[in-house]
Design a protein around this ligand. Structure first.
Ligand SMILES: [Zn+2]
Ligand SMILES: [Zn+2]
Length: 445
């Protein structure tokens, strides 16, 4: 018998599909004030951790100090911590009786860019990235995720008479380069440690704090990177008839490839191709031998992805053929796969989160950025990935109705979450999501 079998439940009006009679609900009305009290008491420490990590960010696979800070926090809580999983990642395990293993993931990495928020705790740190000196900033808010992750661990331990099972808290390197999740899996994340029964992760975004958005099914995009080299035959800019001009081919391709989106892809399906870099030539009067293009391809569905990849390659070959040039080198590197949220995990968590947050917990369309949390999902962990807002609701409303400035999004040098309400919401939502999964499992569903 399990304590969760005892009926200590309150029913709540949810606006969700009715639950079957075998299912019941987590006692959110009783748990929410306990969670809030715990977060409020822990907040000064979480705030100090957040500001420290924010001021000293580290880029992909360089997150040595960041990982050490989290390892120290988790060891102090009584977790068994293993470091250097997937180079700089860590795994923290806490066993609390029989029950499922639930994974909660945070990212560790920051971005190679300069922070321009002017905050007292802004980063001024620099590093070497791809052989170049660069500033480093937590402009994607992974520092918010780390503080929420530690706060969730602390809160769940304070409530450990409310659940049974194992917590598997993982801190993943290199999300921004969509390579850290793969690195952890390749390093035995689900073989050296038990493969979790459920997984959760959150990401912050430029909407109102206290608000949470979620999706069933597709949550983020497939991402592929594109690299094309057009090969021509260089020469004098005044004698183009003696050359085969790769700049011309590149220009043609950049324009024509958009017709794959507008004429070949189903217009009701999401698909984007953007060329972000062109490298070719040295002077105004020299036609170069080669031009290199780099771009990104984003899709939600595999069949749309396949169609776009084929169209992009055909367009590149055609652009070269028009100049009677050799075929270009087209390299497509698979990045992150779309995150697919498990309907069962989402329904259980959504019931609890809707009870706790009411209208501030809402479904939203899939997001077009990508996320390598999909690696864990595709490795067989039914999961839920949700988003939390970071800005004052009044500022968000003003931006929306045009009476205030637009708010900086993730990856903007001005991205500046309001820490306290954002982290508190992160901890409360994640704690309830994890408790809902333990509870559901304990009821034998
Ligand atoms: Zn990012
Ligand atoms: Zn991010």
């Amino acid at each position: 018998m399990n304590r969760f079998v005892k009926p200590l439940l309150i029913s709540v009006a949810l606006g969700l599909a009715p639950l079957s009679s075998a299912q019941a609900e987590l006692d959110v009305a009783r748990l929410k004030p306990m969670i809030e009290k715990s977060v409020e008491a822990d907040y000064p420490k979480l705030d100090a951790l957040y500001r420290d990590i924010h001021a000293h960010p580290e880029v992909a696979f360089q997150e040595v100090k960041t990982a050490a800070k989290l390892a120290a926090e988790m060891r102090a809580l009584g977790f068994e911590v293993t470091e250097k999983i997937g180079k700089t990642g860590l795994v923290a395990i806490y066993r609390n009786g029989d029950g499922p293993t639930i994974m909660v993931r945070t990212e560790l990495d920051a971005l190679p860019m300069e922070e321009k928020t002017g905050l007292a705790y802004a980063s001024h740190d620099k590093t070497v990235w791809n052989g170049q000196d660069t500033f480093v900033a937590h402009s994607c808010g992974h520092d918010i995720h780390m503080a929420s992750w530690v706060g969730t661990a602390k809160t769940l331990l304070g409530l450990k008479d409310q659940w049974q099972g194992t917590l598997m808290f993982i801190a993943q390197p290199a999300e921004e380069t969509v390579s850290g999740a793969k690195a952890m899996l390749a390093d035995g994340l689900f073989t050296r440690f038990k493969k979790p029964d459920f997984g959760f992760a959150l990401h912050d975004g430029a909407f109102a704090y206290g608000h949470i958005s979620y999706r069933v099914g597709i949550g983020s995009s497939n991402s592929d990177s594109l690299e094309i080299t057009f090969h021509g035959h260089g020469g004098h800019g005044a004698r183009p008839e003696r050359t085969v001009d790769p700049v011309m081919m590149a220009a043609r391709f950049i324009v024509d490839v958009q017709s794959v989106i507008s004429r070949e892809k189903d217009p009701t399906e999401f698909g984007v191709v953007s060329i972000g870099a062109i490298h070719g030539g040295t002077a105004e009067n020299i036609i170069p031998d080669d031009v290199l293009l780099r771009g990104t391809i984003r899709t939600f569905k595999p069949e749309v992805r396949a169609k776009m990849l084929a169209g992009i390659e055909r367009t590149a070959k055609a652009a070269a053929a028009m100049s009677d040039a050799p075929a270009p080198d087209v390299r497509i590197t698979e990045g992150a796969k779309a995150v697919i949220n498990d309907p069962g995990v989402v329904e259980t968590a959504a019931t609890a989160l809707k009870a706790a947050f009411g209208d501030k917990f809402r479904p939203s369309p899939p997001l077009t950025p990508s996320e390598d949390f999909s690696e864990f999902v595709n490795a067989g962990v039914p999961s839920m990935f949700f988003n939390i807002g970071v800005y004052e609701p009044e500022r968000v409303a003003a931006a929306r109705n045009g009476t205030g400035p637009e708010l900086p999004s993730n990856h903007s040098p001005q991205f500046a979450p309001v820490p306290k309400p954002t982290i508190e919401t992160g901890v409360e939502a994640m704690t309830l999501a994890v408790l809902s999964a333990f509870d559901q499992h304990a009821r034998g569903n």
